[in-house]
Design a binder for this molecule. Structure first.
Ligand SMILES: [Zn+2]
Length: 176
């Protein structure tokens, strides 16, 4: 279903330590594709939690909107979507990867938290699930910064974060 890197090519890539640039570019493309799958799924299946408008009013935002992925075209409700591949879409993982730490950290400093949708996509099989965590159940402790990327990395110094779901005030609610 996902046009990932073929296992053969991946192996060659790793064993020859081929090129950081090529490897990085492929990974990004794969990640973006996965992210798009999650965003499309939320937009097509979820009613806006803000205005409860049925008729699918959530629209995906262009990738240059930092930290927000969908907007309701009726009430302006904004939400973040994280998509993760899993072996079992019925089981919520303990953590999911976030994005760039700097804007997330800055927003938390200002007391801003966005509603969060998690989309789980099975690597084998077709099952997908959607989970929802409203901002009032989120904590600062659940967003944990990773180490900045090493100087040899393509995006040296870039720092990401993880979302530890067991540190929220409650587990996300399954909505699909
Ligand atoms: Zn709305």
């Amino acid at each position: 279903m996902f046009q990932g890197v073929s296992p053969c090519f991946t192996k060659v890539n790793y064993f020859l330590n081929y090129s950081f640039l090529i490897k990085g570019a492929l990974v990004t493309t794969k990640k973006q594709k996965l992210g798009n799958v999650g965003e499309q799924l939320v937009a097509s299946k979820v009613d806006c939690p803000g205005c409860k408008k049925t008729g699918k009013s959530l629209r995906t935002l262009p990738t240059n909107f930092v930290c927000v992925d969908v907007i309701c075209d009726f009430c302006g409700y904004l939400a973040q979507i994280k998509t993760k591949t899993v072996s079992d879409a019925d089981r919520l993982p303990k953590q999911v990867p976030g994005a760039a730490w700097a804007p997330q950290s800055e927003r938390m400093e200002a007391g801003i938290f966005f509603p969060l949708f998690l989309v789980l996509v099975e690597t084998v099989g077709n099952k997908r699930s959607i989970w929802y965590l409203p901002p009032d159940l989120q904590t600062r402790e659940m967003f944990t910064p990773r180490k900045p990327l090493r100087s040899t990395a393509r995006r040296a110094g870039w720092q990401g974060y993880d979302i530890k779901l067991d540190r929220a005030l409650a587990y996300p609610t399954r909505i699909l």
